[in-house]
Design a protein around this ligand. Structure first.
Ligand code: GLN
Length: 487
């Protein structure tokens, strides 16, 4: 029996009936990683021994209890910028290639409390800056649907590992689309909760006002299970919201009758691939048939989103990344003449080209003389983008858009043109600027057999509505059931 192809909910049922053990599940996933990761490179670190030990622990808990959490004994993967105690956490960068944090991120603590089995740390664009997972110090990740193509980014390893069934689900981060865009490229469900819904304690910062941890899974039910485990207030993160978290599995209702789905005209622009557009338009028609009310909405400041994002995100990154200086931890350049020389050489050798570009851009927009013209103005436009959503959500419950303008592109296609790369996130960035929640779900395939993603957005803390809309879509389609053939 291939356990790797099953959803968490199915594995949980089998565990409950004592038909299988976590050790069997975990062994199958570890074998699957061994068989497939040469081709895909989803993992930076595989935790074989730890995973086996945790599986044995989980089996003990299962044998003593009938009532155990839905994640007990389930193998999951973690993006390599979420701190794991005594386990290397690299951010896909040379500068942290040998860094093991002395503590667990809050989300890791929560997964451990749920007795999930962490199988490894997943590949990503260096410091989560990118849309293709090509900038990792540990080599590019490949798309399991076509290994000549990118898996999306920056959480490329999170998406590829779930699509290739190397783990049941994974945790990633989304600053401007890094969960939703790779989920779209790899044909899985990616969920970015509202800013503040999941603790960022232990998430290595890229742009702190935009970063959010979220989930990758094979379907919406598994997404709800993962969200239930990781959401909630955390005193260790001052931006974490003091709100009760609903049971997201309660939103797994197959019904969108009366739900108002907003279609923003600004997202249906020239440049969207015709097959992506068709899949999204067919999805709108399906929702209409299922009884949703389709309404036109306006998000007039959308056109400024990419520019605003690349000012705010780089400004915050330039400040956050100042801590990597070779003094306290991480990589340190050898042969320095003095302290300043050591800083310079460490950062020159430790960071890749894209990270350096962002640090320079961010330093520039914050410098005196330019601060008002760029950073301050970007903050004002950010407020207008947030207000656009507030106004739109007066008219609709959920907003529907394509997740990305194209399906997965070829490896190397955009590496020499950063602007083209930045445009991959044109539909996802605004949700981070506004802090609202969003998901990408599989909604079709191109004629080349590449998955297409549908983005669903809802207002702050309305994750349940997205889950309901996504679950209803899944109950009436079977795109999410298809898996790539890796031989
Ligand atoms: N691709 C975007 C960027 O490069 C978003 C990355 C992210 O969400 N971490 O900044």
């Amino acid at each position: 029996m291939s356990l790797c192809n099953m959803a968490i909910s199915e594995l949980h049922e089998l565990l409950r009936k004592k038909k299988i053990s976590s050790l069997e599940i975990t062994t199958q996933y570890l074998n699957r990683i061994k068989q497939t990761d040469d081709k895909i490179n989803s993992f930076i670190t595989v935790l074989e021994e730890d995973a086996v030990n945790h599986a044995i622990e989980a089996d003990k808990i299962i044998s003593k209890n009938d009532d155990f959490s839905a994640l007990t004994g389930i193998p999951v993967g973690i993006k390599d910028l979420i701190s794991t105690k005594d386990v290397r956490t690299t951010c896909g960068s040379k500068i942290l290639h040998n860094y093991s944090p002395p503590y667990d991120a809050t989300v890791i603590r929560k997964l451990k409390e749920n007795n999930a089995v962490i199988v490894g740390k997943l590949n990503m664009d260096e410091f989560a800056m990118g849309s293709s997972t090509e900038t990792s110090y540990f080599g590019a990740t490949k798309n399991p649907w076509d290994t000549d193509r990118i898996p999306g980014g920056s959480s490329g390893g999170c998406a590829s590992s779930v699509a290739a069934r190397q783990c049941a689900a994974s945790l990633g981060s989304d600053t401007g689309g890094s969960i939703r865009q790779p989920a779209a490229c790899c044909g899985v469900v990616g969920f970015k909760p509202t800013y503040g819904r999941v603790s960022r304690f232990g998430l290595i910062a890229f742009a702190s006002s935009l970063d959010q941890i979220g989930t990758f899974s094979i379907d919406t039910r598994d997404c709800a299970i993962m969200l239930n485990a990781v959401c909630g207030h955390d005193p260790a993160d001052s931006t974490s919201a003091k709100l009760k978290v609903p049971d997201f599995t309660k939103a797994l209702v197959n019904d969108v009758r009366g739900m108002r789905i907003g279609i923003p005209r600004e997202y249906f622009i020239e440049g969207i691939d015709a097959e992506v557009l068709k899949a999204v338009n067919d999805s709108i028609e399906l929702y209409r048939k299922l009884g949703a009310t389709i309404v036109d909405i306006d998000l007039p400041h959308t056109k400024y989103a990419v520019a605003v994002y690349y000012i705010i995100a780089t400004a915050e990154a330039s400040s956050n990344l100042a801590r990597y200086d070779g003094v306290k931890y991480g990589y340190r350049a050898k042969d320095a003449n003095d302290l300043l020389d050591m800083y310079c050489k460490t950062r020159t050798q430790g960071f890749g080209a894209e990270v350096k570009r962002r640090i320079m851009l961010g330093t520039y927009v914050l410098s005196s003389g330019y601060y008002d013209a760029y950073y301050l103005r970007a903050q004002k436009v950010r407020t207008l983008i947030t207000k656009d959503f507030r106004d739109a959500f007066e008219k609709c419950d959920v907003i529907l858009t394509p997740t990305a303008p194209t399906a997965a592109f070829k490896i190397g296609e955009k590496t020499s043109d950063p602007l083209q790369m930045y445009l991959s996130d044109i539909f996802t960035i605004s949700a981070n600027l506004a802090g609202i929640c969003g998901a990408s779900i599989p909604c079709g395939f191109t004629s080349d057999g590449l998955p297409v993603g549908l983005q669903l957005l809802a207002k702050h803390f309305d994750e349940s509505l997205i889950i309901q809309a996504a679950h209803t879509f899944e109950q009436n389609t079977d795109y999410h059931k298809k898996l790539p053939d890796l031989g």
